[in-house]
Ligand binder design. Structure first.
Ligand SMILES: C[S@@+](CC[C@H](N)C(=O)[O-])C[C@H]1O[C@@H](n2cnc3c(N)ncnc32)[C@H](O)[C@@H]1O
Length: 390
């Protein structure tokens, strides 16, 4: 779509990571994720007079203004193209400045699903880190829900606050700089869900329990790379009256798609015969190199002597067996100069998936638990009695 096609009376809606724009047009000041390939994306703020340089050449920002998000833009050199994408939480996760390790989409989508997050809910997250997960949470809770995110590292808390403002998420997220393990969350009877990405999540469980809405079911998730952390968290969750404690690990498995020929038995046998025939005719490498050097000698001798004396010299350095085969090969090689017409076999192609031999990608263990409404929680004494009974 060209610049002239932007309707003049479209109200200026600030770009937000929590929703798409109604008109889907790139405007001056917008963030755009420039997609060069799956592994190569960058985020830029579009400004008239600025340029974007990449391996395909130089792109004027001015040329992007007025285009629709999703546009494929060729370079002036004609050497390549890129896509102009709307900045979503999924893409932000791939282009954000890393201040810490972050959560990626596989874990993010799994956690949000298992916490049953919905618009209008309230939630706690700690630590904020690079704000990767916060963006996805905010969009899911929008427009009426709220995320309380806690980070004890002052600079990280400040950077996250600034980014959330730039991404029009300030109404949905409150950032607090606080050590939640030492000082707790300072919230009571407020939230539906809690997510802990901390080195010692078990130290924050008791405070999280107070923060949950006491008359509703609450869901908690902790994200820990080591099984020892999981073990301590299970104990703490259990002691605090959480039930239905489950652990998951989320791994991505790529399925490589391939198109392969599907031979019939007759075709496969025909192909095999052709291979055998070719193999029999082939000259072993060491023999072929001796033949080559012998030929060179022949041509040197030819310049001084008659060609009849050159034949025995041409197989010098080969034992008798090699000599015979070399002589045969010489004639075969010469015969091969005119290639035999090859029979073409066109097999049917089928599409298959290939799975990787090894499965990598452990990030962390995900621990989920449920806090029943206060009236339905068993007392610690009842829990102990139940455990003893098991
Ligand atoms: C791995 S990062 C979180 C990354 C985040 N989930 C994301 O997707 O970007 C863990 C963060 O927790 C913070 N942190 C660690 N212990 C904390 C505590 N007791 N209170 C608050 N924040 C804490 C660290 O400073 C760090 O920034």
């Amino acid at each position: 779509m060209s610049e002239s096609s932007i309707e003049k009376n479209v109200p200026v809606v600030k770009q937000s990571f929590a929703r798409y724009k109604a008109h889907n047009i790139i405007e001056e000041g917008d963030l755009v994720v420039v997609y060069l390939s799956k592994e190569n994306m960058v985020i830029i703020r579009v400004q008239d007079g600025e340029y974007f340089n990449c391996k395909f050449g130089t792109y004027k920002h001015a040329d992007m203004i007025g285009l629709e998000y999703g546009t494929k833009l060729g370079s002036s050199t004609g050497r390549g193209f890129l896509y102009l994408l709307y900045p979503t939480p999924e893409l932000w996760t791939l282009v954000l400045p890393h201040r810490t390790q972050i959560l990626y989409i596989a874990d993010i989508s799994f956690v949000m699903n298992f916490l049953n997050l919905r618009p209008g809910m309230s939630m706690i997250e700690s630590g904020t880190g690079s704000g990767s997960f916060s963006h996805s949470i905010a969009r899911t809770l929008a427009p009426t829900g709220h995320l309380y995110t806690f980070e004890y590292h002052q600079e990280r808390a400040n950077a996250a606050t600034k980014e959330f403002a730039q991404h029009e998420l300030s109404d949905l997220i409150t950032v607090e700089c606080r050590d939640v393990c030492k000082d707790g969350f300072g919230l009571e009877n407020m939230v539906d869900a809690v997510f802990l990405d901390l080195p010692a999540p078990w130290e924050a469980v008791a405070s999280a329990k107070k923060a949950f809405k006491q008359d509703k079911i609450g869901k908690i998730c902790t994200f820990s790379p080591c099984i020892e952390q999981i073990s301590r968290t299970v104990t703490s969750l259990s002691e605090n009256g959480f039930v239905d404690i489950q652990m998951y690990e989320c791994l991505i498995r790529f399925n490589e798609i391939r198109v392969i020929p599907m031979w019939t038995i007759d075709e496969a046998m025909e192909k095999q015969r052709a291979i055998e025939k070719k193999r029999k005719r082939a000259v072993p490498r060491e023999v072929s190199s001796k033949i080559k050097s012998a030929r060179t000698e022949v041509s040197v001798d030819d310049s001084n002597t008659s060609s009849t004396v050159a034949t025995p010299t041409s197989t010098a350095g080969l034992d008798s067996e090699e000599s015979t085969s070399a002589t045969m090969s010489l004639s075969t090689t010469e015969a091969d100069v005119v290639p035999e017409p090859r029979e073409r076999i066109d097999p049917q192609n089928i599409t298959v998936t290939k799975l990787p031999m090894e499965q990598r990608g452990h990030t962390s263990y995900l621990m989920f638990a449920t806090l029943p409404p206060a009236l339905q929680r068993p007392s610690l004494a009842e829990q102990k009695a139940n455990q003893g009974g098991n």
